[in-house]
Design a protein around this ligand. Sequence first.
Ligand code: FAD
Ligand code: A2P
Length: 273
Amino acid sequence: MSDAAPATPVPPVKTLPDAQTVTSVRHWTDRLFSFRCTRPQSLRFRSGEFVMIGLLDERGKPLLRAYSIASPSWDDELEFYSIKVPDGPLTSRLQHIEPGDQIILRPKPVGTLVHDALLPGKRVWFLATGTGIAPFASLMRDSETYEKYEQVVMMHTCRTVDELAYGRELIESLREDPLIGEMVEGKLLYYPTTTREDFHHQGRITDNLTSGKVFADLGIAPMDPQHDRAMVCGSLAFNHDVKAVLEGFGLSEGANSEPREYVVEKAFVGEGI
Ligand code: FAD
Ligand code: A2P
């Protein structure tokens, strides 16, 4: 798989107190990769939270960006799922990391995509586009998700089929996992769609919810504020439009300080709406 930008050397960060070592890297497409790194012993986080990670810039200063932790809170290592922005200050370099390289990780996890920010319910919806699946990669691997809910629906939409691969493989491996597989079986419903390439399910998450297509395809009841909870992670425009759809079903937005029926997090900061 060819990378989008030519390799530039990654400055050493090992002298920094927040340095962590990369243990593996996988490139999924020209625009997407994931990697794992060591976990600071003191780092405790709730599945779904994000931290600041990065590299040193040319002047030796930390260049940090927010990243959802894609691994579950019980994992010995940390996993991240990343975009490659060709001219992006961080990812034009981060995409070239290799096992043994070091990254900076500020061990201060925060975020709203956590179970505590939702009222108890029967069914939870994870709604994501692109790299917005990262916090749900953590939550889907956490047994608390299956203890709290009778049903978990993961809707993930990308432009093309190859961009769905990280999520698809993760869910396949969950189903085969000797520990969590039984818990997931029958509870986790996966509904991937594409919008710009043929696939067995197509269309935007907003459209598939408002038309009722996703309920019909999965053979499940429509959203109901008494039992349904949702977590949303995508671009600003996606988050804005999904919020309107969820409010239309009668759900209201919650936060860590005030749990309600749904919560939202930006997958990245881009153009406004
Ligand atoms: P930047 O200067 O940060 O971004 C340049 C432009 O690239 C942006 O204006 C936007 O248009 C586009 N862009 C940036 N990130 C993305 C993306 N993820 N998908 C599509 N377009 C994008 N990024 C991840 O790849 N994985 C994550 O898990 C992740 N979690 C985040 C969590 C939060 C709460 C926030 C606010 C952002 C998150 N991001 C994530 C985005 C990340 O912080 C950086 O923006 C991204 O790594 C690109 O950094 P950069 O310096 O190369 O380019
Ligand atoms: P579409 O192809 O119809 O724009 P992007 O790569 O632009 O971030 O988009 C990722 C996915 O999210 C695409 O499948 C895109 O569909 C979809 N998407 C983008 N904006 C919205 C929105 N406002 N509401 C629903 N889906 C969206």
